[in-house]
Design a protein around this ligand. Sequence first.
Ligand code: KIV
Length: 278
Amino acid sequence: MKNTVSTLLGQKQSGDKITMLTAYDYTTARIMDECGVNSILIGDSLGMVMLGYENTLPVTMDDMVHHTAAVSRGAENAFVVADMPFMSYQVSVEDAVINAGRLIKEGGANAVKLEGGAEVCAQIKAIVNASIPVVAHLGLTPQSVNVFGGFKVQGKSLGKAKKLIEDALLIQEAGACAVVLEGIPAQIAEIITKKLFIPTIGIGAGNGCDGQVLVYQDMLGLTTGHTPKFVKRFAEVGALMRQGISEYISETKSGAFPAAEHTYSVDENVVNELMEEC
Ligand code: KIV
């Protein structure tokens, strides 16, 4: 059964935790879908984990449409949410609706996600009015990395925590169907979750949210270097890949691969006749 906005809302009401993971390609999306994940996010984190940029800012609408279409083809049941990249919605409400429309029409997404609170409520309202569900994103919003001065936990002071709560109520009023809470103290995320009727999906926001989201390269052990505190590595796929690739290199060099079972052949008579002709 295809997960929808109503499925996620029902999960909040019944206390069934929402599972969301990022994906950026067909094969990964298909595996996640088969495992039964509720929602797949084509995050603009693709700029970092797929394209090798330092942050999410260089990601374009064309990048997002291309990867969203691949994921949508692999996601039969998961609710597909596509990120609106930096500068695709900040400049004008009209831009926001046109670009959200591309992610639905060309990318096959079921909803779009954009970052911000009060300052993007006009965009949220207009996109929802165009019949496109919107997931909001508050807290450590990576597109504001230059304003934050790095990827830092948000909402730690009383004033900042109050602003987060205010923003959460405003985006809900504007029509958002869910909100991602990223990099905020667990207690603040829990207060927001209790105040909202729409689901909260946390990443680095503790256990009190209605669901969780992780970047799949982080949770499957594919990323190297600094791992944020909130990431749990559920498997070491990177180590398995390194092992498989090293074995391929050494077997190809030694001639052990390809073996007879990986090789096509023709009748010996054909070979003999060919040899005679040569
Ligand atoms: O871009 C992304 O992957 C995200 C998640 C971290 C929520 O926005």
